[in-house]
Design a protein around this ligand. Structure first.
Ligand SMILES: Nc1ncnc2c1ncn2[C@@H]1O[C@H](COP(=O)(O)OP(=O)(O)OP(=O)(O)O)[C@@H](O)[C@H]1O
Length: 279
């Protein structure tokens, strides 16, 4: 189980994440929500080894992993995607997933791109892993198509396959539905649910309340770097501190509209409209 205790990080005078404790429930979906600048991505960056916390600790099965090199964290079974799609659009879906495997494991990006001797030896392992990952996201039949020719939603699946190529037990998704329309968002939600049903533990950052409320088993709410609430969608959506955080921060429009919805009882159905789903 991935857990974090008193986790914090400071950038100069800015305490971006402050004293956050908790864990990701195995085999469940945890959503991390909060207004812009709340510290969500920074929190992910600490869970995945991208940032070294200035206080507290991240543990995996009770062993500390915070501050360990990213490839080591990946090797322990934690993989992530990024907020902006990091696909190589001129490469095939398969090549992207292969690179996802190589870049996240031992080899660096240049090693992977330049195909060093080690790379070539290990390539068949990466190709197998990449095909399996593409199968898991329902795209192996498009393995040889150029990523840029795929739909937005398929490109998101390729990004997820890139992370899955390392066969993680814990997958961190940073705004997986960013830029997708409601129909595509619903498809992606089904995929995420399927992956979890298959045994994966997922944590995701997402602004689309329709996705969060329809998908998350557990929600953590960050505000000014602090964990101000957590619980089921129903619990969180009725929490006065959460409603105040969003309304107070955004005034009107943007996330305000989304959070106004979060004041209502959440639905466990996939979204069928975009009334509160604008990215
Ligand atoms: N490398 C960095 N150096 C300095 N400040 C940083 C760095 N990374 C993040 N921050 C700051 O940490 C705070 C939290 O940013 P973060 O990107 O984690 O928020 P977020 O909740 O993910 O926002 P959004 O929803 O807009 O993506 C911000 O004030 C941001 O400027």
């Amino acid at each position: 189980m991935l857990a974090f205790k008193n986790l914090g990080i400071r950038f100069g005078g800015n305490q971006a994440v402050d004293n956050v404790s908790g864990s990701l429930a195995p085999g469940k979906i945890t959503a991390i929500i909060g207004p812009n600048g709340a510290g969500k991505t920074t929190f992910f960056n600490m869970l995945s080894g991208f940032y070294k916390p200035t206080s507290g600790v991240v543990t995996l099965d009770e062993q500390p992993i915070s501050g360990r090199p990213t490839h080591e964290v990946v090797g322990r079974g934690v993989a992530r995607t990024f907020q902006t799609t990091t696909l190589y659009k001129n490469l095939s879906a398969l090549e992207n997933a292969v690179l996802g495997h190589r870049v996240r494991t031992r080899a660096g990006l240049w090693d992977a791109l330049l195909r060093s001797g080690r790379e070539q030896r290990d390539e068949s392992v990466s190709i197998k892993a990449a095909h399996y990952a593409l199968t898991r996201v329902g795209l192996d039949h498009k393995a040889h198509l150029i990523a840029g020719s795929l739909s937005q939603e398929e490109q998101k699946r390729v990004s997820i396959a890139s992370a899955l190529a390392t066969n993680p037990s814990i997958l961190l998704l940073d705004e997986p539905a960013g830029g997708l329309n409601p129909e595509e968002t619903a498809k992606l939600m089904r995929l995420i649910r399927e992956l979890v049903t298959g045994g994966l533990t997922v944590a995701l950052i997402e602004h689309k309340m329709s996705l969060v409320m329809g998908l998350a088993d557990h929600i953590m709410v960050l505000h000014h770097g602090q964990l101000i609430a957590e619980g089921t969608p129903a619990q969180v959506s009725q929490n006065p501190a959460v409603i105040t955080a969003y309304l107070g921060t955004h005034g009107s429009g943007g996330q305000h509209g989304q959070q106004a919805q979060a004041g209502n009882p959440p639905t466990n159905n996939p979204p069928n409209n975009n009334q509160n789903g604008a990215a």
